[in-house]
Design a protein around this ligand. Structure first.
Ligand SMILES: [Zn+2]
Length: 272
């Protein structure tokens, strides 16, 4: 069961620092009436919010945003969080740990301003991004890589080895895959959509950034689109693989994030 509450952004950020395991989501781009931030506390988690944090004061002045953020803090570990940069038909994601961040994908060309705006909402600037991870070579994911790398000038760039020859970035990506860890994030080879496709697991926060190895369907999760995938048999092997990890939240390159029970839903795609 999910508990829906209304809180404002500042209060949600304050909650990040509290102990307990909670996933907080606010500021959905789909919320066209604007101004009210919905908060979701994931099932089975502990909400340690102080009394009175369900007020809505201030939220009506929040400007329209293209981002959705989720903040998860894990008992005994540094606070982690994510932010969706909704670039309409594709999304990039920023994964935060304290005042540092990793960017997963860069959107189509011209997306740097939206990414910068998302950082700004978190009170950060480009210098906070130390890592840029490209899930795959397609232009809706690597399109702004040069803009991003010129702004986040201290950042390292990563991609899957098989895709790197077709990524035309001024900064050569470092090859990463199974067994590699970037910024405490686990890289998972998930080929098929492209042969060098990788996904990113934040095991501590229970978040999988899928790239296009999976698609959001609106209410759930589906396999990659056969029309845009290089090898669907391999892609379905990757779906099976991704269903074997444990995470509550799945963040897709395309489609609405799945905020509850994500790994179970992914595992169900390959049953029978
Ligand atoms: Zn895509």
């Amino acid at each position: 069961m999910t508990t829906h509450r209304l809180i404002n952004r500042r209060m949600a950020i304050d909650e990040m620092g509290k102990a307990g395991l909670a996933v907080v989501v606010f500021g959905t781009a789909a919320c066209s009436d604007g101004g009210v931030d919905a908060t979701t506390i994931a099932p089975g988690t502990t909400n340690n919010a102080a009394p009175g944090t369900n007020a809505t004061a201030g939220s009506t002045t929040t400007p329209a945003s293209t981002t959705t953020s989720g903040f998860a803090s894990t008992t005994g570990a540094a606070a982690t969080s994510y932010q969706r940069v909704n670039l309409q038909f594709v999304s990039a994601y920023i994964l935060y740990r304290g005042g540092e961040a990793a960017l997963v994908d860069t959107g189509v060309g011209g997306s740097a301003a939206a990414i910068q705006a998302a950082l700004g909402e978190a009170g950060l600037e480009w210098g906070a991004i130390g890592h840029v991870i490209l899930t795959h070579k397609h232009p809706d994911h690597v399109g702004s890589v040069d803009e991003v790398m010129s702004q986040a000038s201290g950042a390292a760039l990563y991609a899957g080895a098989a895709d790197i020859p077709e990524i035309a970035s001024a900064t050569p990506p470092q090859a990463v895959g199974d067994g590699d860890s970037v910024f405490g994030l686990e890289i998972i080879d998930s080929p098929g959509h492209t042969l060098g496709h990788i996904s990113v697991l934040d095991a501590a926060a229970g978040i999988l950034v899928t790239g296009d190895a999976l698609n959001g369907t609106g209410s759930g999760v589906g396999p990659p689109d056969p029309g845009f995938s290089e090898d669907m048999a391999v892609a379905m092997d990757s779906v099976l693989k991704l269903g074997g990890f444990s995470y509550e939240v799945a963040l897709f390159g395309h489609g609405e994030p799945l905020l509850e029970g994500a790994s179970s839903a992914v595992a169900a795609l390959t049953v029978g």
